[in-house]
Design a protein around this ligand. Structure first.
Ligand code: DGL
Length: 265
């Protein structure tokens, strides 16, 4: 029987943001080989219809399955909340998803007011609605659509004046509403933490789900006896269907040897 353990973990996102998840997975599971797919040509997913998001998620999944991925991490809140059910129904491989961490935020808030910064597609999804209704209903949820943020990050404009202006227009109402826990509901947004911190000082805890996703990936690999224990150096391939520059910049601080492949898919 073929040993699947050495086969890669497949990770996809609408663009470069899911590399924030790749970093967490790689830190927790350094022996695992990975293949990352950045569908930057089609970013942002957040203002597309559910139907379009499902079709893109299927395209990305099939690309990764062709490369023999043993598990697929949907490193995109928008794709998870709109498409993971369909993916799980149609493919045998285990899927790990990511959704805004509103449960931990609800447990930690002292002001009973949490902020959620996410895409329109995530905030309007049934899954987000379901998770929201499962938390203490006395907690006020301030939901903000981060319109335009993904586009700026995809262009590498992380520290631009445009970004500061846009971010501050989203963050100011949250400060006013006395939010003390801010949930980052998009895998692109952890790259904005220094800029957000500048705006909020220490009045808010910033919560993202990256570490939890890595832990869940490890748990599911263990459950299926798919952990790679070989001591060979791991390989990391990044496929992108647009210019590689921003992707390269975001993963430049990794110690791993990575290969970036520009390809149209
Ligand atoms: N990184 C994706 C997410 O987590 C961005 C979605 C988009 O492309 O709009 O939602």
């Amino acid at each position: 029987m073929v040993k699947l353990n050495k086969f890669p973990i497949g990770i996809f996102d609408s663009g470069v943001g899911g590399t924030s998840i790749w970093k967490e997975i790689n830190a927790l599971l350094p022996l695992e080989n990975t293949i990352y797919l950045s569908d930057s040509k089609n970013a942002p997913y957040g203002d597309k219809s559910k139907h379009a998001i499902i079709n893109l998620a299927i395209k990305n999944t099939e690309f990764l399955l062709k490369q023999n991925c043993k598990i697929i991490v949907v490193a995109c809140n928008t794709a998870t909340t709109n498409a993971i059910k369909v993916l799980r129904e149609n493919y045998d491989v285990p899927f790990i998803g990511i959704e805004p961490a509103i449960k931990p935020a609800a447990l930690q808030t002292k002001t009973n007011t949490i902020g959620i910064l996410a895409t329109e597609g995530t905030l309007n999804s049934e899954l987000f609605e379901k998770t929201s209704s499962s938390i203490n209903q006395k907690i006020i949820r301030k939901e903000i659509i981060g319109k335009g943020l993904v586009e700026l990050i995809e262009k590498g404009k992380l520290y631009s004046d445009e970004m500061t202006k846009l971010l501050s227009s989203y963050i100011k109402p949250l400060i006013k509403a006395d939010v003390d826990c801010l949930v980052l509901g998009c895998t692109h947004y952890p790259y904005l933490i220094p800029q957000i911190r500048k705006l909020v000082g220490d009045r808010m805890q910033i919560i993202d789900s990256g570490e939890a996703v890595a832990k869940q990936t490890k748990a599911i690999l263990k459950k299926h006896q798919l952990i790679n224990n070989t001591k060979e150096n791991s390989t990391h391939q990044f496929y992108i269907n647009k210019d590689r520059k921003v992707l390269q910049m975001l993963i430049s601080n990794t110690n791993n040897k990575v290969e970036i492949i520009e390809e149209s898919f």
